[in-house]
Design a protein around this ligand. Sequence first.
Ligand code: FAD
Length: 265
Amino acid sequence: MYSFDYHRPGSVADVAKALLANPEARLLAGGQTLIPTLKQRLAQPAAVIDLGGIADLKMIKRDGATLVIGAMATHDMVARSADVKAAIPALAALAGGIGDPQVRNVGTIGGSVANNDPAADYPAAVLALGATVVTNKRQIVADQFFAGMFSTVLDAGEIITALHFPVPKKAAYAKFEQRASRYALVGAFVADTGAGVRCAITGCGAGGVFRSAEIEAALAKMFAADALKGVKISVANIMGDIHGSAEYRAAMVPVIAARAVAMAV
Ligand SMILES: Cc1cc2nc3c(=O)[nH]c(=O)nc-3n(C[C@H](O)[C@H](O)[C@H](O)COP(=O)(O)OP(=O)(O)OC[C@H]3O[C@@H](n4cnc5c(N)ncnc54)[C@H](O)[C@@H]3O)c2cc1C
């Protein structure tokens, strides 16, 4: 690890000021991704700005038809929250299935969404539920937020402050996981939003998380697991690695999506 200056401001405004003074600084949330990156010397920021001192970002509340989750809410907080369990139980279950207790106790929803790992779970929920990413500068709808593997439309130094999830009629998340890390090899989040059916797939997209037009079209006709029998996913945009080929993952997408639909209904 290279040496760096460490800052721990007490408000989002002070984080923004610290970023202005240190434009090359990196934000630190749970550190589950950033700290290994620094340890391996894959990044050399002059400063690290820790969001851990901002109490306002560590909150969860129901606001009418919207579930509001602060960026620094840990996976464990989301998994245990009575508000999340009541409004979107699929989201609580997803959070409870991330990694292991150590990872869930420190990893945050804001860090996960900003990082946009192609195998991460939250991006699928954000996209399928049509959530809004709230930053210190603007509000970004999910369909416009994810910009490719490990990439989002966040500007340098833009801070995610919260996620706004519209409460769906029905939703569920299923994943076929890598046994050691519990990252998704194929994960499917399905939601009947009331305004239509959305299905986001994680773990296998060559460009990261994506909505599956094939699955959404089949589920729009009938929101049932049987509707996905015979649905084929093209391998063109599916990635393969040592854990599974692109063909294998493409074949798994409708299977995992059908499991999610069965859970939702
Ligand atoms: C062993 C292990 C197993 C895991 N298993 C899973 C799994 O099964 N499923 C899964 O989805 N994830 C998994 N993860 C990922 C983990 O849960 C975290 O979500 C992830 O590492 C990032 O969250 P973090 O809070 O640690 O962010 P950090 O590592 O602190 O930050 C990650 C990146 O996001 C930026 N950032 C952080 N917060 C903000 C913000 N508020 N605004 C803007 N940018 C920000 C940082 O600058 C950095 O670039 C695993 C991680 C480990 C180490």
